[in-house]
Design a protein around this ligand. Sequence first.
Ligand SMILES: [Ca+2]
Ligand SMILES: [Ca+2]
Ligand SMILES: [Ca+2]
Length: 232
Amino acid sequence: MNGDGSNDSAGGSGAAYVFTRTGTNWTQEAYLKASNTEAGDSFGWSVGLSGDTAVVGAWIESSEATGVNGHQSDNSAALAGAAYTFTRSGTNWSQRAYLKASNTETNDQFGWSVAVSGDTVMVGANGEDSNATGVNGNQANNSATESGAAYIFTGLGPILPELRLTAARNGDLLQLTATGTTNTQWRLESRDAVVGNNAWQPLTNITIGPGPTVIQQPLDFTSRFYRGVWLP
Ligand SMILES: [Ca+2]
Ligand SMILES: [Ca+2]
Ligand SMILES: [Ca+2]
C-alpha cells in the first residue's frame, strides 16, 4: 500500500486508488497494488468498495492457485485471473486476501468483474468453460467454452479488534481489566446470569490502550456476565 507511484517498471500491472470526501473536497486516501504485482496483470480492471472493504480484480493474473491466499508467485495459468481484497482501519488500508477461483484454469479471466457488499465479495470469470448450471455445479467440466462463472466469498471484511476482560474482587468493588487492540472504542455491557432477566445492559464506553484499562463496579452478589461491544 502507498508504494512508489512514479515507478513505471511493470507495464500494465495496474493500480487502484481510494478517494474520500469531506464536504465537497475529495482527497486520495490510498494507492493500492497487488501483493504479487507483475507486468500485464491488469490489476484495477474492476473495483468494488463497501464500507471499509475494497475488492480489485486482475483478470490477466496468471497463477494456478485456487481459493483464498494461495501460491501467488506461480505463472503457469495465463489469464486465469485473480482478485484482491483490502480493508481499512482508520485511514490505513492493507491487503486482506488474494482470491482465486475454486477451479482455476488458463484463460478463465477471473476478476474481469467484482462486487462487494459488507464482507461478501463476488467475482466474475467470463472465460470459464464449464457446462454446469445453477449453484455449485460440476466445476471440472470444460465443454461450454467461455460460458463464464461467478464466485462468492464471505468473511472478507475488516478483522475486528480483540478485547479481553478479566474480573477480580477489590474490596467492595468488582474490578474489570480490559486489554486488547490499542486505541479502539468499546461499550461495556453486563447482564444477569439469572435466566429470564438476561438482556444486555450498557455499562460504560471505554477507550482501550495503550496498556490495560481498569473499570470498577459496585460488587453485587448476583452473578453477572460482562462483554465488550466494539464501536467502529
Ligand atoms: Ca503473476
Ligand atoms: Ca475459457
Ligand atoms: Ca475450467
